[in-house]
Unconditional design. Structure first.
Length: 277
């Protein structure tokens, strides 16, 4: 479904991604893991069209490299963000409308001269939103709530709902469980299982080891901008080099210090155009 070939990203003199090649099989959940600063979010940004890169990106056989971010969404790429941001006075319904904008909109003349048709479409849109929120374990009553009044865990689920409103063929998730409690994580995992059963392909950046081992069919490990390992999660989590880079402890028994995040990885803040995309 998604094929990345020799992806390289540079920011000034920093070589952030080095010859990264990954193949994500259709209908599977593919994990992307690694220590902080390893290039995971930068890779998602390259796939999404938010940072320039060299190499080849194809989605379901179609090349994405020269397409703007919103065009990639139209081609079937959905994306969530580690720290989703939107105006706090925007309602949940408004955000979901942005997610669906490139897929289904009424022409202006229909709204102007056939208001009954616009009212019917609005009712159908509300029904789709309520169904989407319910399927993610959220209260449909959130639709009219402003984003600034919603807890961070629910915001992550709402951001997933926004991406799904575009009806993607591949959904890229950037640390979706950060800020979630165990109950919310269980709901998300159950939903991801159903999405996989429906045929959706998922690429997930995740630090929660339980999530990776429970849900992923295959895992790619990044370290210092290059691929360190790839394979089934059970096999990957037993490799000594992965343990040393990602899961291990120092000789004194203390967890390894978190490396300082390079400038490229501070791109977790949502670009201004992200929700429009």
């Amino acid at each position: 479904m998604l094929e990345l070939t020799d992806i390289n990203v540079r920011f000034g003199g920093a070589h952030v991604l080095r010859d990264v090649s990954v193949a994500v099989a259709g209908g599977q959940i593919h994990g992307l893991i690694g220590p902080n600063g390893s290039g995971k979010t930068t890779l998602l940004n390259a796939i999404s069209g938010f940072v320039p890169c060299t190499g080849t990106i194809t989605l379901d056989g179609g090349r994405l490299n020269r397409l703007a971010a919103h065009r990639r969404t139209n081609k079937g790429l959905g994306r969530t963000f580690q720290n989703p941001k939107a105006p706090e006075d925007m309602t949940v319904a408004d955000l979901l409308r942005l997610g669906e904008h490139g897929v289904k909109t009424l022409p202006w003349h229909t709204v102007a001269f056939r208001p009954w048709k616009a009212a019917q479409e609005q009712r159908q849109f509300n029904e789709r939103c309520e169904h989407m929120l319910t399927s993610l374990g959220l209260d449909p009553g959130l639709l009219e709530r402003e984003l600034g009044t919603i807890a961070s865990g629910d915001l992550k689920m709402i951001d997933i709902a926004r991406a799904l409103m575009a009806r993607p063929r591949l959904l890229a998730l950037d640390e979706p469980t950060s800020g979630m409690n165990d109950e919310e994580i269980d709901i998300l995992l159950a939903r991801l299982e159903r999405l996989r059963e429906s045929g959706l392909t998922v690429l997930i950046v995740e630090h929660n080891v339980r999530v990776v081992t429970d849900i992923c069919d295959r895992v790619t490990v990044l370290s210092l901008g290059a691929i360190l390992a790839e394979g089934p999660p059970g096999e990957i989590m037993r490799r000594s080099d992965v343990i040393d880079a990602y899961l291990g402890e120092e000789d004194d028994g203390e967890p390894p210090a978190t490396p300082e995040m390079p400038p490229a990885e501070t791109g977790h803040d949502t670009p201004d155009s992200a929700f429009r995309a």
